[in-house]
Each structure stands twice: as C-alpha cells, then as structure tokens.
Design a binder for this molecule. Structure first.
Ligand code: C2O
Ligand code: CU
Ligand code: CU
Length: 474
C-alpha cells in the first residue's frame, strides 16, 4: 500500500517540509494520510442483533460498550470503540408496536449514554447527557416503537464525551419495521443500510481525534470501511442513507446519472416518492431511497459519489458492481406512501438563535451555553409550536443544524422559501445554513413528558455547548 504522506515527507527532506510542525498541518496541506487501494473490499453490512430473550410483546437486546479494533483501511487494524465488538455497532431491527428493551453494559473507562436518535421514548430511556452509565455499570433502555417505521440510529450521548466517542465508533442503526407493510419496497438482501461518516487515520493506523478537527477527517467510511464495493443485481434496491459523521455534509449522486427515488426521510416514509438526482445529508439526517439498477449494463460499475469530497477517498465513496440479472423483481414503489398528519395551528412561537462566540470559542443557543440543570423551554404536551431557527453566524459562515429529541417535526420554510416535499415531514434534524432562518412546526404528540435535549447535530458543537433542553409537562 502506498502511503502518500510518507512519500511526500521523504520527498521534502532537506526542504521546507521538515519544518512543518505538526502531523495535522501535513494532513491539512496534503489530504488523506492513507491512500487506500480503493474498492478491494466488499461493503460490510452491520450484523442484525438477535434478541437475547423474546416475550409476548417485548424483545430484549444486549449491548456491551467496549474497546476493540476494526479494519477500516484494508490490512490495517485500528483501535476503535465498539458495541458488541462491532464497528459500527450491530443493527437493531425493531417491530412497530413491540417494545425493545436494550440492556447496555459499559466496559469502558469513561461514562457512556445511549440515545436512540429519532425515537419516541420515555425521558429516562432517552440517553440524556446526565443519565450516564458509569464504567462497570449497566442500564436498561425501553423503546416502545410507537411511531412510524423508519431508519433511526443509536449513538453515544454522554455529556461532553459524545463527539469523541461517536467519532471513535459508538453508533449503530436501529430500523423500525412496519407491523403491516402496505408497500412492496425492496426488502431483505435488497434493503441495504449505508452508514456514512468520515475519519482521520494516522500513518500508524490510529484514529486521530481533535474536537473541530473536520479539516483532517478526509477518509469517508461506509459501514465502517473506506471505499468498499457492493455487488448488485440488475433490479431495484432500497438504500438507507444515514449521515453518521460528526461534522461532514454529504452531497450524493450516482455516477451514471441515475436518479434516486426518495421514499423516506429522517423519521420514516414520505407522503409520496420524490425523484432526485442529488441528495444532501447534513449530520444525522437520513434519506431512504430506491435505486433502479435494471437499466445498467451487466458488468458495469457505478459509483456513489459525494460531490463535495475534497479528495478521491471522500468523493468516490462506494462502488456498485452490476452483475447478474435482470432478476425477477417483485418490488415496487407505490405512488403514495405514508400521509403526513394534518398540521395544527401553533399556539406558541419561539426563537432559537444559533451563534458562535468568537472570543470564548464556543457555540451558543439563544446566547447560552448548555446547562443540564436549566430548562430552556417549557412545553405543554400535545400542543403545536412554531420555532424560528436562525443561524446568526455570517462572519465565519459556520453551518449549524437543529435536532429535537422525541418527536418528528415539519419543516415549513427556509428564508421564506417553502421546504421541498422531501424535507417537509417527517424530520428530526434540519439544516440551518449561515445567515438563514428555518421555520419548523413541532407537535409534541408523544405520550411522554419530562426533559429532552435539542441541539446542533454538528456533534462537536453540541458536545461543547450548543445544546439546550425542553421540559414537556402534562
Ligand atoms: Cu443524534 Cu441528541 O442526538
Ligand atoms: Cu436525537
Ligand atoms: Cu453547530
């Protein structure tokens, strides 16, 4: 394997290269520290976790949080954090209406908390930053799955630790299946999760962590592997795109110009499918898409491209190798999917201002740093609120997003321009580019009350201070 940074360093002997002070500067100047031999490895599919017990209406799962290693770059073992020894964690396949109890044991030397992102769950199972599992302890989370089927994910949420711990590996997928599916979207082996993220890996194969270190995280991973390939047949596939990166935004397209048919957003199916040639995902956003390979030539190669990638390793992130078929394909994309609830008029309007305090070097919500003891907004259960979310930062142009725990909301408009169909509902995370105002309509239709966080999902921002919380009262 050729190590580009090594080569460059050697080439610079006697020159100015020796004077460069840090590895990270080298990274910044020269892009990825690893040159991966691309598309040599099959796309890993995270294992589906088997319940350790199954009762009439409940499945019990066990997750152990611990250290481990992963082969991110072919032939190199990298130290990572894992759920059940896996990077990313195993997939939990939940069924609508059946409760999942997840017993998590922490074998790390640091605290952890597990948050089910997108989940409608009781406050004591939400993975609040202060409800941590101390080293050596366990905690049971109860997820009732009383929500629409969809692509959720779980990740670390321990106060001040989540950005580093998610980066080091603490995330996994949580898929809720329809109790009675009313569609025949591709399923089983033709329903493929693609958990996207990035990483900075040093010459000795170690994950490099620095908060706000986005500029160095130049290697994009799909399900934990850099530049994998996936053999596909000439038929329809459902791809569940999840942005699990700390800070990277993906702008995705297919190299053959084929369209994605988007069928789902953050919290489940859209009202109807939307054809898109390009899909942008900010951190924590999801897009459920159907891709048609039946028109592709046998033996052809199609790349999933990240248009904004700064190097080959972050631009061509997955290769589809088309072989076999056309297969008899019983799947279809219906003209209507899942209707959105009828919007209710808001009874409360709130302003949420996202800002950067350059002097203190911190990110703030409504001028304040996160205080887990403070309630920022008190909300009455069942009511609908209009939130006007503004990213005030026009000086440094730092992007922010807003994520609400517990509910799925409706995006109304951005600077007065109505949200596109695929962004309207169901959403739990919304992009708020610098200098813009996004309005969302949030109906607190969960049966649960208590304290839930909301925060920017550029997780390096939220784990420092860009978080606040609501208290939902009965
Ligand atoms: Cu995925 Cu509180 O976040
Ligand atoms: Cu969340
Ligand atoms: Cu932010």
């Amino acid at each position: 394997m050729i190590n580009r940074r090594n080569a460059l360093t050697l080439g610079a002997v006697g020159g100015v290269g020796l004077a460069l002070p840090t590895e990270s500067l080298m990274d910044f100047a020269f892009g990825p520290s690893w040159t991966v031999e691309p598309f040599t490895r099959a796309l890993p599919i995270p294992q589906v976790l088997r319940p350790s017990a199954t009762r009439i209406d409940t499945d019990v799962y066990r997750l152990t949080v611990g250290e481990g290693t992963a082969e991110i770059v072919p032939g190199v073992r990298t130290n990572v954090l894992t759920y059940n020894g896996q990077f990313p964690g195993p997939t939990i396949l939940a069924r609508q209406g059946r409760t999942a109890k997840v017993v998590v044991t922490n074998t790390l030397a640091s605290a952890t908390a597990v948050h089910l992102h997108g989940g409608n769950v009781p406050a004591d199972s939400d993975g609040h930053p202060m409800h941590v599992i101390e080293p050596g302890r366990s905690r049971t989370y109860t997820y009732p799955n009383i929500q629409r089927a969809g692509t959720l994910w779980y990740h670390d949420h321990a106060h001040h630790l989540e950005a580093e711990q998610v980066y080091r590996g603490l995330s996994g997928l949580y898929l809720i299946e329809d109790a009675r599916p009313t569609h025949r979207l591709p399923s089983g082996a033709h329903d493929i999760p693609l958990l996207l993220r990035d990483a900075d890996i040093s010459r000795d194969g170690e994950l490099q962590w620095a908060v706000f270190g986005q500029a160095n995280r130049s290697l994009v991973l799909v399900n934990g592997a850099a530049q994998p390939r996936l053999a596909v047949r000439r038929r329809r596939y459902r791809l569940r795109l999840v942005n699990g990166a700390n800070e990277r935004t993906f702008r995705l397209k297919l190299s053959n110009g084929a369209e994605f048919v988007q069928v789902g957003s953050d919290g489940g199916l859209l009202p109807r499918p939307v054809r898109r040639s390009e899909i942008t995902l900010w951190p924590a956003e999801r897009a459920d898409v159907v891709v048609e390979f039946s028109g592709a030539a046998d033996g052809s190669q199609i790349f999933l491209e990240n248009i904004d990638g700064e190097s080959d390793a972050s631009r061509r992130i997955l290769r589809f190798d088309v072989a076999g078929g056309p297969e008899s394909d019983g799947s279809s994309v219906p003209a209507t999917l899942a209707p959105a609830p009828i919007p209710k008029p808001p009874t409360v309007t709130r302003k949420v201002e996202l800002s950067f305090d350059a002097l203190a070097g911190t990110f703030l919500i409504n001028g304040k740093a996160y205080d887990p003891e403070r309630v920022d907004f008190t909300v009455k259960r069942g009511t609908t609120e209009l939130w006007e979310i503004t990213n005030l930062d026009t000086q440094f142009e730092i992007p922010h997003s807003l994520h609400l725990h517990l509910i799925q909301f409706r995006v109304l408009d951005r600077d007065g321009i109505p949200a596109a169909e695929w962004e309207a509902y169901p959403k739990d995370t919304v992009a708020v580019p610098p200098g813009t105002t996004v309005r969302i309509l949030a109906t607190f239709d969960s049966p649960y009350t208590g304290i839930y966080p909301f925060h920017c999902h550029f997780i390096d921002h939220s784990s420092t201070a860009m978080m606040a919380q609501i208290k939902i009262e009965p």
